[in-house]
Design a protein around this ligand. Structure first.
Ligand code: SF4
Ligand code: SF4
Length: 218
């Protein structure tokens, strides 16, 4: 599949899944007593999310899709984006684990809902830093740890790669492992959301490919 066709199909999947997942969450939240089939549905959705790894962030998550939409609109309005330094990216890659623990302790341990603070963070950062929230999102952080065993794979062929770095420059997750890794095969990192943008930007056909359950989709 070429990148333009992939982009259109991914957009369709994202719209449908965002509507379905948002509807599902609201529907479950409105139930006074959860029936057995509600629990079966919740477990099925959670299982789907876990096997997708961070493919969930790139294809299914309503928050991620909304952030991309906001960022797209801001770009059209010529809002200037901040270029994140490598030092900042390195800090964020470590900070996200502390933030993940902090968030879950706050939410489940102390019963404090940091929801509104996070909404403010999203509104402030999204126009100027693409997918910044996704870099520290607690759910994304946990799913990232499952990336190596998830259904999604980002693969690189070192024999074809010309080390141009176009892949890391276009990555919305500031993931440089796709460029720095010098092995042929799986280059999925904990940050990769399998958006396929690096594959679309790569000047060498077949240097990068995206697979789901072993089947090449891009
Ligand atoms: S964009 Fe493609 S050719 Fe360039 S470094 Fe990345 S994988 Fe290699
Ligand atoms: S490495 Fe490629 S597929 Fe993964 S998030 Fe970055 S651009 Fe998307």
């Amino acid at each position: 599949m070429n990148y333009q066709a992939f982009k259109k199909k991914r957009l369709l999947v994202r719209i449908i899944s965002s509507l379905l997942l948002t509807g599902f969450v609201f529907y479950i939240a409105l139930q006074k007593n959860l029936q057995t089939w509600h629990w079966i549905a919740i477990v099925a959705v959670l299982a789907l999310i876990l096997v997708a790894g961070r493919g969930f962030c790139g294809f299914l998550c309503p928050v991620g899709s909304s952030l991309d939409l906001i960022h797209f609109i801001c770009k059209k309005l010529h809002v200037k984006e901040i270029k994140r330094s490598e030092a900042f990216n390195r800090f964020i890659r470590i900070f996200r684990y502390f933030f993940c623990v902090f968030y879950f302790v706050l939410h489940f341990g102390l019963g404090i809902d940091p929801g509104w603070a996070l909404v403010v963070l999203l509104i402030i950062t999204t126009p100027i830093m693409v997918r910044f929230w996704c870099s520290i999102c607690p759910v994304g952080t946990i799913l990232g740890l499952l990336n190596r065993i998830s259904l999604f794979r980002l693969e690189k062929d070192m024999e074809t790669c010309v080390s141009c770095s176009a892949c890391s420059k276009v990555c919305p997750m500031q993931n440089d492992e796709v460029f720095t890794s010098n092995k042929t095969g799986d280059v999925s990192s904990v940050s990769c959301i399998y958006c396929g943008m690096c594959v679309g930007k790569c000047p060498k056909k077949h240097a990068l490919s995206l697979k789901v359950a072993g089947r090449k989709i891009l």
